[in-house]
Design a protein around this ligand. Structure first.
Ligand SMILES: CC(C)(COP(=O)(O)OP(=O)(O)OC[C@H]1O[C@@H](n2cnc3c(N)ncnc32)[C@H](O)[C@@H]1OP(=O)(O)O)[C@@H](O)C(=O)NCCC(=O)NCCS
Length: 224
C-alpha cells in the first residue's frame, strides 16, 4: 500500500537513454562535485529564470540537496535526474526531474541545460522521456510543465512535445526575468478507450490515496 505522502506507488527508471549521446541518470551523491561545478559555471545563464541560482551553492549544499532528493525518490514524492553525456558519464551538463508538488495524480517536469549545450534539443528529449516515464507510473494521469510567459526557450519544449497550454496564471516573481505570468502546459494520460491494453489503466487505489495529498508548494524540490 502506498505511504500517505507518495505521489505514486511506482518508481521511474533510474536511467533513461536519450538520443544525441546523452542520458538522464538518477541524481546520486557520486555526482555532487560535477553537479556543483556545472551549476556554478552556469549561474549567469540560470539566474534570470531560476530563483535558486541567485547565489553559488557550496558543495555541502549541493550534497545536502542530493540527499534530500534521494530520500524523496525513496518516498515516491520526487524524482531528480542529471543530464550526462554517455561518453563521459561523470560530467553533468544539465538536470531535470519529476516533481510531486502540483497535487494528486500529477507530476511537474523541471529542467535546465548548461549554456554551452542549449539549442541541441536536450531539454526537449529529456522532457519527452520523462513525460512517458511519468505517465507510465501508477496513479499519475497528468504531467505539467510550468514556465514564465517570457521564457521562450522553456515554453518551446512543451509546445514541441504536443502539450496543451492549459492556462496562464499569476505567480510570484521569484527570479529576475520573470513577469509573474506563468504558463501551465499539460499532457494527460490517454483515456482508457484511447489506450491499447489493460496494463495502462490508471491505478484507482493509488489515485484515491494521492487525492488526499495536498499541494505542497512550501517544500519545493527543484533541479538545482
Ligand atoms: C529552457 C532550456 C532548458 C532549454 O534547453 P534546450 O536544451 O536548449 O532546449 P531545446 O533545444 O530542446 O529546445 C529549445 C527551443 O527553444 C527555442 N528557443 C530558444 N530561445 C527562444 C526564445 N527566446 N523564444 C522562443 N524560442 C526559443 C529553440 O530554438 C528551440 O526550439 P527548436 O528546436 O524548434 O529550434 C535552457 O534554455 C535553459 O536551461 N534555460 C535556463 C534555465 C531555464 O529557463 N529553465 C526552465 C525554467 S521553467
Amino acid at each position: 500500500m502506498a505511504a500517505p505522502d507518495e505521489v505514486t506507488a511506482g518508481r521511474p527508471p533510474e536511467l533513461l537513454r536519450l538520443s544525441g549521446g546523452v542520458s538522464l541518470l538518477r541524481r546520486r551523491t557520486s555526482h555532487t562535485v560535477a553537479l556543483n561545478k556545472a551549476v556554478r559555471a552556469n549561474l549567469d545563464h540560470l539566474r534570470p529564470w531560476l530563483e535558486w541560482a541567485a547565489e553559488a551553492p557550496s558543495r555541502a549544499r549541493t550534497a545536502e540537496l542530493t540527499r534530500a532528493g534521494a530520500a524523496a525518490w525513496e518516498a515516491g514524492t520526487d524524482f531528480m535526474y542529471l543530464v550526462v553525456p554517455d561518453a563521459e558519464p561523470g560530467r553533468v551538463i544539465g538536470a531535470s526531474g519529476l516533481h510531486g508538488r502540483i497535487g494528486p495524480g500529477a507530476l511537474e517536469i523541471g529542467y535546465w541545460v548548461g549554456a554551452r549545450y542549449v539549442g541541441r534539443g536536450i531539454a526537449t528529449t529529456a522532457a519527452e522521456a520523462l513525460t512517458s516515464a511519468a505517465l507510465a507510473l501508477p496513479g499519475i494521469v497528468r504531467v505539467e510543465i510550468r514556465c514564465d510567459q517570457a521564457n521562450g526557450a522553456s515554453a518551446a519544449v512543451p509546445r514541441k512535445l504536443g502539450y496543451r497550454l492549459d492556462r496562464i496564471a499569476r505567480a510570484a516573481v521569484r527570479a529576475p526575468a520573470e513577469t509573474g505570468r506563468q504558463q501551465i502546459w499539460v499532457k494527460e494520460r490517454p483515456s482508457p478507450d484511447q489506450q491499447s491494453g489493460p496494463d495502462q489503466q490508471p491505478d484507482q487505489q493509488t489515485n484515491r490515496q494521492t487525492n488526499r495529498q495536498t499541494n505542497r508548494q512550501t517544500d519545493r524540490q527543484t533541479d538545482r
